[in-house]
Design a protein around this ligand. Sequence first.
Ligand code: NAD
Length: 465
Amino acid sequence: MQQQLKTIFEGQKAQRQQTGVPSVQERIAYLKKLKYSIQQRESAVFNALALDLRKSEFEAAVTEVYFIYSEIDFAIRHLRHWTRPKRTKSTLSNLFTKNRITYQPKGTCLVIAPWNYPFQLTMGPLISALAAGNTVMIKPSEYSIHTSNIIFEILSAVFDPSLVYCALGDQEISTTLLALPFDHIFFTGSTQVGQIVMQAAAKHLSSVTLELGGKSPVLIDRDTDLQKVAEKVAWGKLLNAGQTCIAPDYLLIQQSQEEQFIQFFQAAVTRFIYKPSGAIDTDSYPKIITPKHLSRLQQLTDDACTRGACIAWKGTGDSKDTFAPTVLQNVPLDSRVMQEEIFGPILPIITYNTLEEAIKFVQDRPKPLALYIFSNSTKTTDHVLKNVSSGGACVNDVILHVSNLHLPFGGVNHSGTGSSHGYFGFKAFSHERSIMYQSKFGLSQLIYPPYTDKGRLLKWLKRLM
Ligand code: NAD
C-alpha cells in the first residue's frame, strides 16, 4: 500500500507538471462533475449516512448533502472573482510600480476527514482544493465506512487518480500518507491527532489547516428568555446526538436560573426526540457511531458521578447504539466530562455568580472552537466577545454560524488553525503570491551603492520618517 500511495502521489505531481495549472473553466468543470456524480448517487449517500449514524434524510440533507451542493454552487459562482489578481497600492520604496496579489494552487494536497459529518467534511475541503486548482488525495474515516465507500465510488466515477484519489483505510493509511511531502494538509479531527499531523507536516514544511475540536461553552446571561435558550441549546446538543465539533459542550449559568433551565431543557428534548408513547423517535436522534464511543459516554457520566456530580435529568432509551440525553449538575472540574470534549448528548451545568467569573472560567481553558452567548445586552455580549477568544462565536443561537459560507470557519490554537468554507477554503488551498512589476520610471537606482554620496537623500528620508 505504501508504494501504491507513493506512486499515486508522484503521478499527481507529474501530471500537474505536464498539464500546468487548470484554468478557471476547467476547475468549474471539475466541480460540476463532482456535483453530478453526487446527484447520481444521492439516495446511496443518504442510505450510507443512515447506516453509519442513523441520520434521517432530513438531517443528512441539511447538514451534509445539501450543504455540499451549496458549497459547490457557491464556489462555481464566485471562482472567477476569487482567482482574479488583486491590485494593491505601492509605497514610497516602490513608487511607479504595479503590484498584484495572485492565487497559486498549493500543489498536491492531502485531506484527512473524521466520521461525524463524514460526507460534508470530506467533500467540503475537496471542493476548496479543486476550486484552488490543486490535485488531491483524500482519506475519509474508517468508522463511517458506508459513507467512505460511497465517497470512493463518487470520486472514482468522475476523476482520474492523477487529479483526485480516495484512499480508504484507518490511521495506518493516514500515517503512510502523512509521510509524503504534500504541499498542503487539511486535517479535520481531534486535537490529539491534529498534533500528530502538525508534527508530520513539519518534517516536509507542508502548510496545514487543522480543523480540530474542543469544549464549546454556552454562557447564559441573567436577562434571557430561558425557554427559548433551552430549546436552542437542546437542538444543538441533540444534533447528530451531540457528535458535532461545535456542539454546545457545557453550560455556564447563574445558579438562580439552573433549575428552571433544566425544566425547559427537558421539555424541549422530550418534544424534539420522544414519541408520545415515551419511546425515542430514532428518526430524529442519530446513533452513537460505535459501541466503543457509546461506552466512553457512559464512562464520562460514571466518572463525574463517582466524583460527586449528580444526574439532574436523563431521558429514557439507552440501548446498544443510543445514549439518552443526560444533564449533569455539581460537576467537579477535574472530572473527565469537564476535561475532555464530550462529543455526545451529555450536558454538564456549571453555575457562576458574576460575569467576570464566567469569563475567567473560559479564559482559563484551551480556546474553544465555538463560543455561545445568550444575552439581551449588547454591552455584556461585546464584553464577553472582547475578552474570550474562540474559533468562532454565535450570539443568541448555537451552531448556525457554520452555515454561512461568507464567514470563515475554523478554530484557534487548541481548536485549530486556518479556516474553511467559501473564499476562506479557497484561500487555505492557495498560496497568495505577491508580484511587483517594475516600471521604466522606477526609482530603484537611487538606492544603489556607493552610499558615500547619499547625504541629501538620507536627509530627505529622515524628514519623511
Ligand atoms: P480523529 O482525530 O480520531 O480522526 C480523524 C482522522 O484522522 C480519521 O480519518 C482517522 O483515520 C485519522 N487518524 C486517527 N488517528 C490517527 C493517527 N494517529 N495518525 C494519523 N491519522 C489518524 O477524529 P474523529 O474521532 O474521527 O472525529 C472527532 C473529532 O473531530 C472531534 O474532536 C471533533 O471535534 C473533531 N471535528 C472537528 C471539526 C471541525 O471542523 N473543527 C469537524 C468535525 C469533527
